[in-house]
Design a protein around this ligand. Structure first.
Ligand code: PLP
Length: 403
């Protein structure tokens, strides 16, 4: 059984640190990482936590302490990773539509780099030639992922260099003497079907033939985690088995063994996170019951952004009668977390907890409506520690230029 925080632990945290607050459970993150290393024990696999999901430096330090590496989507994330103590060799940076100057900055940090456009690849080759091994992000033209907004590998996607351009890449490599060590894909997020990854491997093996110095196949992230009761995540054990089979078949046929890299974000931290809110206001409108909480899409945008489901429980009255609620926020647009959701009877002042709060929760939060972003708390060895204080009006004004 996965480790969970109890209602009482969450209530104690809410009373001590206030709400809204994101709470993360370190041991649950460790457990997810162990699931990965167990499932892939039959193959040379390395995991880079995609920290775009959650970048609090205390979480990054925990990730480092358990032996996991880190994947960054901006040079600032790479800087945070280094601040958290990761050695550059454990940091991967996968760029997307960024200025070449950012790639130069990443190179100066000494981290692994995946490049996703022909123009940046050419600039990299012209400047560094063979001196700095690099990865190429390919667009495999595979449709996958929980919804279109998180599908990144299909034939109309902005991500990566289209597979059709492999000949152009080969020419560039020849012209500029690039050292291509890695081929990368990330086809999307919330991919349940392990065969999507197998399909990705087939595409990569085909492309690999063009790059004699290739050592690593990077399959990105995208493992699905359960959100709704009864929901199932990606079968990681099965995935580990299928990936190992595919790589060993290739080694047998072509006499070449690749290492495999993955970049799991959600898988590592989603279920380790809880978002705790308090009910400000109850309203009845016809047969609709609104439970208005002290939060909004500025704190947890996923439901409004891509219709994500977050399971919600009333931890203050868990044995109350189950009733349907529209759980809404306080932002001045339609701001709905859940429609017609069965929740134990809600009273004003009750704490509602949103599950799967670890990934893309705080990280996508903003100060919209000039509201403070939530606090963050990390529970480790049973101890709850504040890892991001609640903001104040000084934080809101701090970057504005005053006369
Ligand atoms: N790697 C890359 C390049 C990504 O863009 C993302 C997510 O957007 C990830 C990894 C992590 O995806 P997930 O959180 O679904 O595992």
């Amino acid at each position: 059984m996965p480790q969970v925080l109890s209602h009482q632990q969450l209530i104690d945290i809410a009373e001590k640190f206030g709400t809204p607050t994101y709470v993360y459970h370190a041991e649950r993150i460790t457990e997810q990482y162990s699931r990965l290393t167990d499932a892939f024990s039959g193959i040379d696999a390395t995991f880079f936590y995609a920290c775009k999901a959650l970048t609090n430096i205390n979480v990054l330090k925990h990730i480092k302490s358990i032996g996991c590496n880190i994947d960054c989507s901006s040079v600032n994330e790479a800087r945070l990773a280094l601040m958290a103590g990761f050695e550059p060799g454990r940091v991967l940076y996968t760029s997307n539509n960024i200025a070449f100057s950012e790639i130069e900055a990443a190179k100066e940090l000494g981290v692994h780099i995946n490049i996703d456009s022909l123009s940046n690849l050419e600039k990299f080759g012209k400047k560094y030639g063979h001196s700095y091994p690099v990865g190429i992000r390919l667009r495999p033209n595979i449709m996958a992922g929980g919804n279109l907004k998180i599908s990144t590998g299909h034939s109309k996607s902005k991500f990566g260099i289209p597979l059709e351009d492999v000949d152009k890449i080969v020419q560039l490599v020849k012209d500029t003497n690039l050292h291509i060590r890695t081929l990368h894909i990330h086809t999307g997020s919330e991919i349940k079907d392990v065969d999507v990854f197998v399909k990705g491997i087939e595409v990569m093996f085909e492309a690999a033939k063009h790059f004699p110095e290739l050592e690593i196949i990077d399959l990105g992230g995208g493992f699905k985690v359960p959100y709704e009761p009864g929901d199932e995540g990606t079968d990681i054990q099965l995935l580990g088995k299928k990936v190992a089979e595919a790589f060993s078949a290739y080694a047998k046929q072509y006499g070449k063994t690749f290492r495999v890299w993955f970049e799991p974000g959600k898988f590592m931290v989603s279920e380790a996170g809880y978002f705790v809110t308090k009910v400000n206001v109850l309203k009845q409108s016809g047969d609709i019951r609104f439970a208005g909480v002290d939060s909004g899409l500025n704190h947890l945008i996923r439901p409004m952004f891509y219709g994500s489901y977050h399971h919600i429980e009333n931890i203050s009255n868990p044995k109350g009668k189950m009733l349907p609620y529209n759980v809404v926020g306080n932002i001045c647009e339609t701001d709905t977390f859940a429609d017609n959701r069965m929740i134990a009877e809600v009273r004003e002042g009750d704490y509602l907890v949103f599950y799967n709060g670890g990934a893309y929760g705080f990280e996508m939060a903003s100060n919209y409506n000039s509201r403070f972003r939530p606090a963050e708390v990390l529970v480790k060895n049973g101890e709850a520690k504040l890892i991001r204080r609640r903001e104040t009006i000084d934080d809101i004004i701090s970057t504005q230029v005053l006369d």
